[in-house]
Design a protein around this ligand. Structure first.
Ligand code: NAD
Ligand code: TDX
Length: 353
């Protein structure tokens, strides 16, 4: 079996569902259930003995030690993190604790556990660390996309905390020989994404007739990958990635934010027409995010060359599925828009022009 951290969040939950469907191999899922963690994401696994959920903190070393001793996983896939850039700007503390200290704690627990393994169990063990393209900093319009060899230049508290974690993972391999793998992926979208991130926020606001907030001029560029493709890439890296290597994962799909938002509006006009008019009327330019990175792009040729992974979805197919999912799961959206969510919206958008 494998141990997954953060498996009740957006990508982690998609991964657990995808993993069990694709491999059937049991999963122990360690998640603290912060505001971003939600067991409703895993409802399809109720009563499924292959999924063991443990609500706890990755910073709790004795707990992690006990879990490893009890379940004896062949791999750890580490998603747990604070993941939202805007929240890291308002309050970086939890980012340092979970992303840096939490990764350190897991590495130390994994090292002790791995040192106690022998023979093929020891050879086969892997620690896969899920990271982001944001560690590489921001690109100019004509720059080539990020390769695995790009220097690290993180610009936000979030990306700095992820970069710190990536460095720890690298050092635990170099110094202690821990068999690690790191993946650096671009912006994900798809089912179960918390509506603080651009795509689900825009869908939820449009359906509620609320403004669609665009930071700055809307021309910041991201590379977008459907979450199911990210899950498949992680499976490929876990199965065949070389120890100590990093793999960039991306969708070959760079787009400015304004194009993303207009695409969603057009799909909603088709799938859920609004008697008040076209959804684009709700687009509202607001004050920019401090330190807002201008452009991310991913060179994903290494994972294609070594592991034969390429995204299966185009942006057109992935975004259509995603809008459809949110239309079909408005209960899910309503449940996560709790009091705490409303406080966040007030904090992040209340002061913007
Ligand atoms: P998310 O915020 O939706 O989920 C994070 C999960 O981690 C939640 O379930 C939360 O409860 C859990 N968690 C947080 N702190 C914890 C702690 N101390 N102990 C145990 N569990 C804890 O995040 P996501 O978007 O699913 O991202 C997952 C991972 O992928 C993160 O490491 C993130 O940096 C990385 N990543 C995300 C994207 C993206 O576009 N969302 C892109 C590239 C990489
Ligand atoms: O209201 C908004 N208006 C807006 O214009 C929000 C929430 C975002 N934006 C812009 C900021 C970014 O340029 O849209 C773009 C995407 O923003 P987010 O969805 O917050 O994602 P981003 O900051 O790019 O980071 C995401 O991708 C990389 C994830 O949150 C990270 O966890 C991941 O590492």
């Amino acid at each position: 079996m494998i141990l997954v951290t953060g498996g009740a969040g957006f990508i982690g939950a998609n991964f657990v569902l995808d993993w069990l469907a694709a491999t059937g191999e049991p999963v122990v899922n360690l998640d603290k259930l912060t505001y971003a963690g939600n067991l409703e994401n895993l409802q399809a696994l109720d009563g499924d003995g292959r999924h063991v959920f443990v609500r706890d903190d990755i910073c709790a070393r004795p707990l992690v030690d006990a879990l490893l001793a009890r379940h004896r996983p062949r791999a750890i896939v580490h998603f747990a993190a604070e993941s939202h850039v805007d929240r890291s700007i308002h309050g970086p503390d939890e980012f340092m604790r979970t992303n840096v200290e939490g990764t350190f704690t897991l590495l130390e627990a994994a090292r002790a556990y791995w040192n106690g393994l022998a023979g093929t169990d020891r050879d086969a063990f892997r620690f896969l660390h899920v990271s982001t393209d944001e560690v590489y900093g921001s690109l100019g319009p004509g720059d080539p996309p990020f390769a695995e060899t790009n220097p690290y230049q993180p610009n936000s508290p979030y990306s700095a905390s992820k970069a710190a974690a990536d460095h720890l993972v690298r050092a635990w391999h170099h110094t202690y020989g821990l068999p690690v793998l790191t993946t650096n992926c671009s912006n994900n979208y798809g089912p179960y994404q918390f509506p603080e991130k651009l795509i689900p926020l825009v869908i939820a606001n449009a359906l509620a007739g609320k403004p669609l907030p665009i930071y700055g001029d809307g021309m910041n560029v991201r590379d977008w990958l459907y979450v199911g493709d990210h899950c498949a890439a992680i499976r490929a890296v876990l199965a065949g990635g070389r120890r100590g290597e990093t793999y960039n994962i991306g969708g070959w799909n760079e787009m400015p934010n304004l194009t993303i938002v207009k695409t969603i509006c057009t799909l909603l006009d088709e799938m859920k027409p609004d008697s008040g008019g076209r959804y684009e009327r709700l687009i509202t330019f607001v004050a920019d995010r401090p330190g807002h990175d201008r452009r991310y792009a991913i060179d994903a040729r290494k994972i294609e060359r070594e592991l034969a992974w390429r995204p299966a979805e185009t942006f057109e197919t992935g975004i259509r599925k995603t809008v459809h999912w949110y239309l079909e799961h408005q209960d899910w959206v309503a449940h996560v828009q709790s009091g705490a969510y409303r406080e966040w919206v007030q904090k992040n958008y209340g002061g913007r022009e």
